[in-house]
Design a protein around this ligand. Sequence first.
Ligand code: SDX
Length: 380
Amino acid sequence: MDTSKLILKPGLEGIPVTQSSICDIDGQKGHLLYRGYQIEELAQKSSFLETAFLLIWGELPTTSELRNFEAEVQMHRRLSFRVRDMMKCFPASGHPMDALQSSAASLGLFYSRRAIDDPKYVYNAVIRLIAKIPTMIAAFQLIRKGHDPIQPRDDLSYSSNFLYMLTEKEQDPLAAKVFDKCLILHAEHSLNASTFSARVTASTLTDPYAVVASAVGTLAGPLHGGANEDVIAMLDEIKLPENAKSFIKDSILTKRKIMGFGHREYKVKDPRAMILQQLAEELFDRFGKDEMYEVAKQLEEEAIPLLGAKGIFPNVDYYSGLVYRKLGIPRDLFTPIFAISRVAGWLAHWREQLGANRIFRPSQIYTGSKPRSWVPLDER
Ligand code: SDX
């Protein structure tokens, strides 16, 4: 192939690789729409399960559709004892994202029909993954503490139940409401790295559990979903608001990335960061302030004059960790929580990929050796 005409685009920046009707982003204006609905309206008026239904099937559910979806998810929250016993063999020191990736992939062993052309199989896979991922994360949290995982409670909503399974006690309704809004905000974001990973895996027609396991592995990286953990570590390092200015200047000098800042699409403040900041303040008003929030606000203030001109502003990961911290969630569970939410987007893209599939196989520009012959060992 004549590669002289090929134009290399590292990271596929700006290269459309599919058509999609799921999510639209205007990075210059800071607009984010799920199936045409603005994120601000969904965060204010919808629930995570209603938003998941919208993303996956393309329309807001009717009352009976939503109640049926909620009931089906509730019925499938439990894990086989085999999955729980498998998780008990994981090292307690392991990262919860690795535990989640292994457990999500293991579901393929239990539901191995791989009948992705059967709408009932597809529907059941959607229900099982949305229902079981929170239970897996909560189970690993209790197991690594040396506790037995607790069963889901059918009388609790999706978000209340997750917080209950995670903390072994029923949480304040405000905590569950704020958590559910966080799930809405993280559910979908067009062709981000983990969703692209999901679509590439889906294009080989493998099972949905392998698709989600691929995406979980991709989300774990610190440049992607893993950033929400690193933001807290960074704010911890800065300690006081008065240290923010020197931290930013040093970071720019040493080319150190400010975690929770910057985005391939957004060249203004991420609209999700704006809403997450409001949610954090709602929690602080009710449950007491977090000094780390003052550091975060000061760092943002100091960063804008220095990074704003380059279109580098807070992204979704910048304030999300402060919300989860206030909810008493351990730092290394922040990215698994991102996965609880983003599985809705991954499944929407899985279905869309199957609807008009062509296996992903991009090209390359070869820069290796010219053809050459093998050399015997004693002549090398
Ligand atoms: C998520 O894609 C999605 O939609 C992802 C996501 C989703 O919902 O799925 O929104 C979730 O992953 C949010 C991003 C979380 N990651 C971080 O917060 C990690 C820190 N951010 C950066 O690593 C970076 O901003 C990325 C990875 C998010 C985006 O990187 P790009 O688009 O590849 O940009 P780049 O690395 O090529 O940087 C362009 C310039 C560089 O400067 P120059 O070499 O041109 O002088 O901007 C600078 C970079 O150094 N830059 C930063 C910076 N991010 C970019 N400088 C300081 N701090 C940063 N955070």
